[in-house]
Design a protein around this ligand. Structure first.
Ligand code: AHG
Ligand code: MN
Ligand code: MN
Ligand code: MN
Length: 336
């Protein structure tokens, strides 16, 4: 009874990543840890401002003020700006690519470091009004040896990323990260201002019971997708799958990592290349999925093998439990 004695051996994100780096021996300089510290700061800043915007929204609904629309449009920009500023100031980056900026940023010599960060500052931002989970997605490359950092350093296959992750702003603030040695989840302790390890070694169940697609696009879907969806909704044996679609990639992928199943945003007759962006949506989520033991594909090839031609290019995405994605792939194979 009474209060539990708090743990005095907290595993913070920084401690955990440092520990991984220590295991790598002399190759690690601590630069990635410092870069991840900058990302943690941006996540804390965005979490605070998302919460503030929601408060303003509630006040607005009570008829006091009506600034919520404006606040929310500002949040994409605010999130972008804090990321650009913090990543530049970290001194560890050379190239930045953001969903919100048409051109890549090449960091000036004074601040230049050896990493490139591609990011979606606020994913699912159309959901803010409804209080639905939103997030930040990021992927990290190391610049090519002997270069100073150019756009060519981020036009590289996702398999070359050295780390990827997302932060989800929900009832709690969760940062899910892989540095290439599995996937770990951390929860923000707001009082300490630290991300604490709460979900060590996340692995996707080999098969799930949930599918997550925007079926409002059904009339545009290609035959393999239509046939696959039919197979899980009208199974010849067993129970049909449940549908869950939030419309925030971060939230839909987070659930898929924890519970299993399949998430899909395919290319179709209307969106010839799909909707999701390769560099800062598909690659980081594919990286995490594979690190968690799942599969990520366009339907015809492994997402992480794609060589980007442009920083804002889009791609078809299916990811999740190994067996579920393999089932989908059979329909693609049968189609050719
Ligand atoms: P963003 O808010 O960064 O522009 O991304 C929105 C994306 C992604 O979060 C989600 O998976 C997808 O858009 C939802 O699209 P639909 O509304 O077409 O289903
Ligand atoms: Mn997005
Ligand atoms: Mn976005
Ligand atoms: Mn957007």
């Amino acid at each position: 009874s009474g209060e539990e004695t708090p743990s005095t051996d907290l595993i913070t994100l920084t401690r955990h990543v440092l520990n991984d780096q220590l295991r790598l021996g002399s190759a690690a300089t601590g630069d990635l840890t410092l870069l991840l510290n900058a990302i943690q700061l941006t996540s804390k800043f965005i979490a605070t401002n998302v919460r503030k915007a929601r408060l303003i929204n509630l006040v607005g609904m009570a008829g006091e003020t009506n600034v919520q629309g404006e606040e929310q449009k500002k949040l994409d920009v605010l999130s972008n700006d804090i990321m650009v500023n913090a990543l530049r100031a970290s001194g560890k980056t050379a190239v930045l690519v953001s969903e919100e900026l048409e051109e890549a940023i090449i960091i000036e010599d004074f601040y230049k470091g050896k990493y490139c960060v591609v990011f979606d500052p606020l994913d699912g931002s159309s959901n803010i009004d409804a209080g639905v989970n939103i997030g930040t997605i990021f992927g990290i490359y190391r610049i090519q040896p002997e270069t100073n950092g150019t756009i060519a350093d981020v036009l590289r296959p996702g398999s070359e990323m050295v780390a990827a992750g997302y932060t989800m702003y929900g009832s709690s603030c969760n940062l899910v990260l892989s540095t290439g040695q599995g996937v770990n989840g951390y929860t923000l302790d707001a009082a300490l201002g630290e991300f604490i390890l709460t979900h060590p070694n996340i692995t996707i169940p080999p098969r799930g019971k949930i599918y997550s697609f925007n079926e409002g696009n059904s009339m545009y879907f290609h035959p393999p997708v239509t046939a696959y969806l039919k197979s899980i909704k009208y199974p010849t044996k067993g129970k049909p799958y449940s549908a869950r679609y939030i419309g925030s990639m971060v939230a839909d992928v987070h659930r898929t990592l924890l519970y299993g199943g399949i998430f899909g945003y395919p290319d179709d007759k209307k969106s010839k290349s799909g909707k999701l962006r390769l560099l800062y949506e598909a690659f980081p989520m594919a990286y995490l999925t594979e690190q968690a033991g799942g599969v990520a594909t366009t339907g015809t090839k492994r997402i992480l093998d794609i060589v980007p031609k442009a920083i804002h290019e889009r791609c078809s995405v299916f990811l999740g439990s190994r067996d579920d994605v393999q089932d989908l792939l059979k329909f693609y194979k049968d189609a050719c």
